[in-house]
Unconditional design. Structure first.
Lengths: 415, 415
């Protein structure tokens, strides 16, 4: 079964809002084995809407439409839909009572524009919307199914979960579809692809591998279709194991999680404490960890020491180390990590110092040079990296490289 | 001139990523008077890509394509494009040298898969990509213009800003369109709308006002179309002045900037130094400031003190203060701010302590309670806030509220 999504509204086309609805809808449909073939965003113009409906219904069995049903836009979209489906509009008594009850509660005056929210296509099944005034509509037309919903995300989600998904589940010809995501770290997309080239080449035709890179992290997604769902799960699990064996420490998890979540769980379970000493990452590592609920059980804090004076005061970095090696050096990050470990009284400490750019580089220490140290129970590991010229990406890559170094040491010290 | 955007990649269609590129591209195009007619997201299948290109070029003069150009996807998309444009691929020497220099720098081995990144459509103008290995391509074909870019957001943005926008600006038939953005802070969207309701109601038909809220910050965008560009600029400038007078301190800037940039510039120009003492924001304020180039000239660092022990050690918070008032209290944040100001030897210090959630609340101190203090030259201001239940939003709102308090005091102390 093929599905397409059409979003109606100028907001997306002028870049005022980002279309988060389509991704959410696609996830929900994927979870029940329905594949989205295309997403189209069109403006609130009748001709554009009709062309989009015509093309989408030519390619797909089911067309989901969101947007264009708010009180100020009501007329264009609904009239256009009525023309497309060659039907009229009727005022639905149950929806009208619901709209009236909403206005009665809010004590706002109810206008004719609001009453028109209760007008629905006369050949539709109403998809009742408890969360707002614009109902959804389910239309069967010339052998195709159209599902029309408001664009407000929480209203759309409510209608999808309560009305649409249960009904789509009854369609017989859903194709089993299974996704298995792998999180990898400390290895670039190309190098990873080379390492598993033979595994990828040997994939059967019904299993597809996708690379989803972010700075410092690559997700791999296996998508399997056809046949029996349990067979697909077994097949992808075998492939995940092959990849795991092949890439070793770079295999972080056989699920869609994050490196900071893995570290939080690992340290929380073992009662280990972490602190960070951050210069060029400027608190970003602390921010990533503290974004996670429950991180206070394993995270003591961070010394964000942008100045040399603070590196000495908070982390006991020696004046002579800074004088002879500079702030961006192996010696300095080692002292920062040990200082953080001692002063914060933690088991593990991360230290980062680098030149994030765009300025501040020298021939010996160019923009993108970053030193990272991790103090563990039995060792202090330190490593120098040469990233690129973009400040934001250097901060992201430094943060992920530091977390990956910590992850390696955590695993080595807790076998 | 009509433009369409096509995004290529399964990731969007299975809901794994949200398409943020299209909104960003649409914003950039709008700013130079170019209207986006439709956005289509299609899978990495040759037939789908070719149909999308055919349909889009039938409706629009310019087709922007993003995605499908990473090293592991290279073959499908580029071969499909070559078929569509009825041309071959050639290995571009300049791009190859660039790819090689990236690999030389990183000391990773360069593979054939990486070399293939330098293969471009032989009838294209290369849109050089300093930020990555996949170049963009500009193709003129049967009277239409095609602009093909990688989907990685920072690479696409770089190519758009450096190569595509300047060239599109030379197209003659753009419609005069003028956007003027205002940054406001410390005031919610509804309250702001109420304050300027009469100004909004009096706007002429060709000027549209949009609210673009983020946690703690609302941008207002005036969009004016038609007639003469200089007349549009004069009209919007008058309206901006009306809004500025009306909302006073909540008017941060008559341009699209950020509060942290305003603070960096203000402090840099006056030689003032800042430090932060962060508990529930976990380093997020430091991260926001250090994300800005040049912030090292005004930012000394941050003590991210998640534990009480660290609040005492790094910020000299008194044991008795924590015992009698708790970590989330006016007294504690005042001591944190003064401790940071003293220990970091700075002119201004921000302190934040709160319960970000989702757990950790009590009847007296519920989730969402956040205390913020700012130590200035002549005063320590402190204020308690009650935000919501979402951890990420609480961290964002706390950060922006703290920066807004700092902004107010900076302005009050430097009249």
């Amino acid at each position: 079964m093929q599905v397409e999504i059409i979003t109606i509204g100028d907001e997306i086309l002028i870049g005022q809002i980002i279309d988060t609805n389509s991704a959410w809808i696609a996830q929900q449909l994927n979870a029940i084995g329905i594949h989205v073939k295309q997403v189209s965003s069109v403006a609130d113009y009748p001709a554009d809407i009709i062309v989009a409906l015509t093309l989408a219904s030519g390619r797909a069995d089911v067309v989901l439409v969101t947007g264009g049903l708010g009180p100020t836009k009501d007329d264009v979209t609904k009239q256009t839909l009525a023309a497309y489906f060659d039907c009229g509009l009727r005022r639905d008594a149950k929806v009208l009572a619901h709209v009236e009850s909403i206005f009665a509660r809010s004590a706002r005056p109810m206008l004719e524009i609001n009453r028109r929210q209760a007008d629905v296509l006369d050949k539709c099944d109403v998809l009742f919307n408890e969360m707002g005034t614009a109902p959804g509509m389910w239309v069967s037309h010339k052998g195709k199914t159209y599902i029309i919903m408001p664009g407000v995300p929480f209203e759309m989600k409510h209608i999808m979960l309560e009305r649409v998904i249960p009904r789509l589940k009854q369609f017989e010809d859903r194709k089993p579809l299974w996704h298995h995501t792998i999180l990898t770290g400390g290895i670039g997309e190309s190098y990873l692809a080379e390492k598993i080239a033979d595994i990828e080449a040997a994939l059967p035709h019904h299993i597809h591998l996708a690379y989803l890179p972010k700075p410092g992290i690559v997700r791999l997604r296996l998508s399997a279709t056809g046949g029996d769902l349990n067979a697909l799960k077994a097949e992808t699990t075998t492939i995940v194991q092959q990849i795991k064996q092949r890439i070793g420490i770079h295999f972080l998890a056989g699920e869609d999680t994050s490196l900071e979540q893995l570290i939080r769980d690992f340290m929380q379970q073992r009662g280990l404490l972490l602190a960070t000493a951050e210069s060029c990452t400027g608190g970003n590592i602390a921010k990533l960890i503290t974004a996670l609920p429950g991180s206070s059980s394993m995270f003591e804090g961070s010394a964000v020491t942008y100045s040399n004076a603070m590196k000495m005061k908070l982390l006991d970095v020696k004046q002579e180390t800074l004088d002879s090696h500079g702030a961006v050096s192996e010696q300095t990050v080692r002292e920062m990590a040990l200082g953080a470990q001692r002063n914060f009284k933690v088991d593990y400490a991360i230290a980062v110092s680098g030149i994030a750019g765009p300025d501040g580089g020298t021939p010996e220490k160019p923009v993108g040079l970053v030193w990272i140290a991790v103090a563990g129970k039995t060792q202090v590991a330190a490593h120098g990296y040469l990233f690129g010229h973009d400040r934001a990406i250097n901060i992201d890559r430094s943060s992920m490289a530091a977390l990956f170094m910590l992850w390696q040491i955590l695993n080595a010290e807790h076998k």
